[in-house]
Design a protein around this ligand. Structure first.
Ligand SMILES: [Zn+2]
Length: 232
């Protein structure tokens, strides 16, 4: 299984061959579908005109493409056209990158995080009084406006074990097991193990606002962000 989104998260479509089909779950030899993981939802889209309602991690590198119930069956060997719902995915990429910026502005251990199409949040192990809505917005938006390039690379599992500071999110284990781990870097701002999809430049995130700061427990102070309304 070739995960095309790893090298090019902007790829919206590809041709592929069906490797396996079990009821409404399809495996392909290559895919542009990001499977649910690291707080980022699985992509939706289509395979050979059939609606894909979710994408999940299978065994190893496999991606399970979940067809909507009642979809016409596919068979191993079928050549298919594969396409993701790009508008939805691009919003996930913008929010995902925004969370890296948020995690850099708020200097505290990250205990969790989640991305949706219309909002995203990180949970921090921090005191409520240290979370200032206006200061967080100003900090994240300054990074957005400064138009920083983002970069991805790989390190080995052993290198990651030697550099535990690269794992920011305690509750979300970095994707490992294949001997190498993906790194996401915004030079000078953030560097951590992350298998998600990100925008190339922080400018593409657009301005954000902090919509809510709420305590979800002693070690979980949740900061929720959304794309700012209006131009820019
Ligand atoms: Zn990431």
């Amino acid at each position: 299984m070739t995960l095309l989104f790893r090298d090019d998260p902007y790829l919206r479509a590809c041709e592929a061959t069906v490797l396996a089909a079990r009821e409404n779950v399809i495996e392909l030899d290559r895919t542009v579908f990001y499977p649910l993981g690291g707080g980022q939802p699985g992509d939706t889209g289509s395979i050979a005109g059939r609606r894909v309602i979710d994408a999940r991690k299978g065994e190893g590198d496999a991606v399970w493409h979940v067809l909507e119930p009642g979809a016409a069956p596919l068979s191993p060997g079928d050549k298919v056209q594969v396409e993701i719902d790009w508008d939805r995915r691009f919003r996930h990429m913008r929010y995902h990158t925004a969370l890296h910026l948020l995690g850099s502005v708020v200097r505290a251990a990250v205990t969790g995080g989640r991305i949706a199409e219309d909002k995203a949040h990180l949970d921090f192990d921090i005191e409520m009084e240290k979370l200032d809505k206006a200061a967080i917005e100003t900090g994240v938006n300054a990074f957005v406006e400064a138009a920083h390039e983002t970069r991805s690379s790989w390190i080995t599992d052993a290198e990651l074990d030697a550099r535990p500071e690269l794992v920011r999110t305690m509750s979300v284990a970095p994707p490992r097991g294949a001997g190498r781990v993906r790194l996401m870097e915004i030079p000078g701002i953030d560097l951590q193990a992350c298998g998600g999809t990100h925008v190339r430049n922080t400018r593409e995130v657009g301005r954000i606002e902090v919509t809510r700061i709420r305590s979800e427990g002693r070690r979980n102070k949740r900061v929720t962000i959304a794309f700012a309304a209006g131009p820019g």
